[in-house]
Design a protein around this ligand. Structure first.
Ligand code: NAP
Length: 307
């Protein structure tokens, strides 16, 4: 694989940034990888494990001379980070991000991008419930989608270059507009996370079932919910605060369906339940056919899962 950028700066050094370091190195996509994280502790760990070629003690220093800057911080922090780095960006450079929500990130970051610098937002649909600089791994993006979300007037060459970087890291690349992205993700990721958080909370609340029983008898259904509900609280708080409308719309529909199923159970309407579950089973089959999960009995979950 050929080099796509001379110098890449990663701002935030958690799961996504550290996986990008490993994946870029595997394919030789960057001449130099420079990193910055807000806390001394994370910077020290990054230095200790030699995550990047160079770790800087300020975001402005990290982006100095970078051809590509990728914002890998929680969605709610993107605007403040962009304000900090804006004046230090190299003319002709590209700024991208990996945030799980796109519309509010675009609104928060765009005003800080100087003329002559490209802003090409992106979102890799890959993650685990782990966070921090030690949690990344080379294969995280393999065969996962990365959605590129060009903004109005985005330079096509700059879009292609960011897309090539993600392809080089193993991803399949698609383009979407920001509002559609946020709606799709509300269905496929954000609302399911909220439901998992709720289910784990309900089990925890239920005094008739003890904590030890919940843990001891956690068969696949509940166990899967606990994995999702162990995801980073800061990241997910920011996702819901920033994808309010789409998540609330999908939650409204979810509640209606739940009530319909509740009524079917109360009325002993087995046909309704059977038809519903037959339909949902077909959706699972199409996800496997699309290569986005395996048919293994434990839901095919190894270390990585789509988010
Ligand atoms: P992570 O492992 O928790 O790492 C977050 C990084 O951001 C850390 O280096 C942290 O610095 C830094 N940070 C946190 N708050 C900050 C603030 N207020 N200002 C500046 N830096 C701050 O997170 P991640 O999972 O890599 O997620 C990063 C981004 O990727 C998020 O926008 C998320 O929505 C998106 N994303 C996540 C997933 C996923 O499944 N995890 C999937 C796709 C996209 P310190 O360590 O110094 O605190």
């Amino acid at each position: 694989m050929t080099q796509v950028y001379g110098r890449v700066a990663l701002i935030g050094l958690g799961l996504i940034a550290s996986s990008m370091c490993h994946a870029m190195r595997r394919a030789g996509l960057a001449g130099e990888i420079v990193g910055y994280a807000r806390s001394q502790e994370t910077r020290d760990i990054a230095r200790e494990i030699a995550l990047c070629d160079r770790i800087c003690d300020s975001a402005a220093e990290a982006v100095d001379g970078a051809d590509l800057v990728v914002l890998c911080v929680p969605v709610g922090a993107m605007g403040a980070v962009a304000a900090e780095i804006g004046p230090a960006l190299k003319p002709g450079a590209t700024v991208s991000d990996v945030g799980s929500v796109k519309r509010t990130v675009i609104d928060a970051v765009s005003p800080h991008i100087p003329d002559g610098v490209h802003f090409i937002p992106a979102h890799p649909l890959a993650g685990t419930e782990h966070s921090g600089p030690r949690s990344g791994f080379t294969e995280l993006f393999d065969n996962r989608f990365c959605i590129i979300v060009p903004v109005e007037g985005s330079d096509r060459d700059a879009v292609e270059r960011v897309s090539n970087l993600w392809r080089g890291m193993g991803s399949n690349v698609d383009e979407m507009d920001p509002d559609h992205h946020d709606l799709v993700l509300a269905v496929t990721s954000h609302t399911p996370h909220l439901i998992a958080y709720t289910m784990v909370g309900v089990a925890d609340d239920l005094s008739r079932v003890t904590d030890s029983e919940v843990i001891k008898y956690s068969a696949a259904g509940f166990r899967d919910f606990t994995r999702i509900a162990a995801s980073d609280p800061t990241m997910w708080r920011d996702v819901f605060l920033n994808n309010k409308e789409a998540t609330l719309e999908i939650l409204g529909r979810f509640t209606e369906e739940l009530f319909a199923l509740q009524r079917a159970i109360r009325q002993g309407d087995g046909d309704h339940l059977f038809d519903y579950f037959t339909h949902t089973r077909a959706i699972r089959r199409s996800i496997i056919e699309a290569g986005q999960d395996t048919d293994a009995p434990d839901f095919g979950r190894g270390s990585a899962a789509s988010k």
